[in-house]
Design a protein around this ligand. Structure first.
Ligand code: TMP
Ligand code: ASP
Length: 236
């Protein structure tokens, strides 16, 4: 499978068309941004780690009944994925208060939530990805109520599977962001990535942050944290 044309370049990935109209190739970059692109940097090796970690976790989810866009990893940084149109929502699931939720509700970071919290943000950089609910989503025609229900069901199921999977690796899943896409026949599948860029992973013994918060908050050893996640999951 070969890249034909650059279709889209995002903050952390490039997407290329291929000779197959139903397949794209995603190419993961080492670039990192935070705060809607205000903070910029490079995390050497991040692209390869995120590619491999995301594919590993999505394959695990696929085996447990979650449909994903992953087709085949073709190099350290590149993966063939199913062509989808991305539903412009950031779907966030939270188990422990952290980040913007801790700030918004005045909760101390690390406070256990009595039940998982599901949030939707409308993907629009110019608006700063505002939080929306299922009424906004339906009213704006972003997705139908049925599609939102399917997305919510998948997101909460993924939270259970992923939390259980990470626990024996001493990784606590604090919160994470997902994106879903629609295939040409209208099926909703998991797209984008699941990586230290898009999840909060805390060491369940020491509480150490093993994710992009090390970059966002200038905590140091960003590369080391990404490597640690790959080592715990893939053994290398
Ligand atoms: P937040 O606490 O900043 O709202 O982040 C919630 C989760 O979503 C956290 O795991 C990081 C992830 N996230 C992204 O993947 N992309 C983003 O642009 C933001 C703001 C958060
Ligand atoms: N990637 C996002 C941005 O640049 C934010 C984040 O992950 O914190 O805006």
């Amino acid at each position: 499978m070969k890249k034909v044309e650059l279709l889209y370049e995002g903050k952390a990935k490039k997407v290329f068309t291929t000779e197959d109209p139903e397949l794209y190739i995603v190419d993961y970059k080492d670039d990192a941004t935070a705060f809607n692109g205000l903070k910029k940097g490079t995390i050497p090796g991040k692209g390869a780690i995120n590619n491999r970690v995301s594919n590993f976790l999505m394959k695990m989810l696929e085996e447990k009944g979650i449909p994903t866009h992953v087709v085949e990893e073709i190099s350290d940084r590149e993966t063939v994925v199913k062509k989808v149109s991305i539903v412009p929502l950031e779907v966030i699931v939270r188990n422990i208060a952290a980040g913007s939720l801790a700030k918004r509700l005045g909760l101390e970071e690390g406070t256990k939530l009595a039940c998982p919290v599901l949030e939707f943000c409308y993907k629009d950089d110019a608006l700063g990805d505002p939080m929306v609910n299922e009424y906004h989503i339906a009213a704006m025609g972003v997705a139908t109520k049925e599609e939102v229900a399917a997305i919510a069901g998948y997101a909460l199921k993924i939270n259970e599977i992923l939390s259980d999977y990470l626990r024996p690796h001493n990784i606590e899943l604090i919160d994470f962001k997902l994106e879903f896409g629609k295939t040409s026949d209208g099926t909703i599948i998991l797209a984008d990535e699941i990586s230290p860029d898009t999840c909060r992973f805390w060491d369940s013994v020491t509480g150490e942050k093993l994710d992009k918060d090390r970059f966002r908050r200038d905590l140091g050893n960003v590369q080391g944290a990404y490597h640690e996640i790959m080592k715990r999951l893939l053994g290398e």
